[in-house]
Design a protein around this ligand. Sequence first.
Ligand code: NAD
Length: 248
Amino acid sequence: MNRLKDKRIIVTGAATGIGKAVAEACVAQGAQVVIADLNAAVGQATADAIGAGFVACDVSDEASVKAMIAAAVERLGGLDGLVNNAGLQKAGPIETTSLADWDALMAVNIRGVFLATRDAIPHLKAAGGGSIVNTASLAGKRGGPGIGAYAASKGGVMAFTTSTALELARDGIRANSVCPGFIDTPFNDPAIGFMGGREAQARAVEIMVPMGRQATPEEVAPMYVYLLSDEASYVTAQALSVDGGVYN
Ligand SMILES: NC(=O)c1ccc[n+]([C@@H]2O[C@H](COP(=O)([O-])OP(=O)(O)OC[C@H]3O[C@@H](n4cnc5c(N)ncnc54)[C@H](O)[C@@H]3O)[C@@H](O)[C@H]2O)c1
């Protein structure tokens, strides 16, 4: 119940899906949590429902992230953990991917991680250390047809996370990526469309995933709780898969 007692944590992209499950699990383990999300209506409702704070934020926008970190830190009274989870997915063949789609993915998925990390570091240092957990993806480890731009953005998240960890290790700040596999949220609708629909995706999951099924967001959240907690005090610079055995 108290694995994150008194930890002050920001979770981006937590209005729905994996981030919501992470925020909920953190609150259940005694943390104070602020949700930061572009979707103000759903984000506020989620925050109210789970007992978290909410700050509206576009993680791809420098000024918005700066204001969000300041507001969240003021509300929390400091910062011990940052979960960079907000993400965007677009799918399609590389030869028809528009520059606008490429740039949109990079802006949210990797620029957003950089901006929030940069602005959180002074607060984590002031707290004497902390934990940064970035949501990467199986796609960032493996790539795949139809997800070239998305996979590139998540590969970037893993490389940035490693550098963050190595640069800040002596400051007591750990940084790790979580690489979810197939998690059942509407987020995957673009990729499912590219694969030929839900039935085709279900067949692909059956073949590709050793455990033969997708996971729920609640099955991914415990990895974040672990990495945010002091139980993971010697774990840094890792990209940990939660994918039913796909990446091995
Ligand atoms: N669902 C999967 O199978 C899967 C697999 C691997 C990785 N992921 C990653 O998990 C993370 C969460 O995805 P999910 O499946 O829970 O989907 P989701 O759509 O439920 O969650 C994404 C959240 O990010 C928010 N968001 C989007 N753009 C934003 C922005 N510019 N600023 C702030 N918030 C923004 C959305 O409002 C939403 O709340 C993403 O980073 C995604 O890449 C998902």
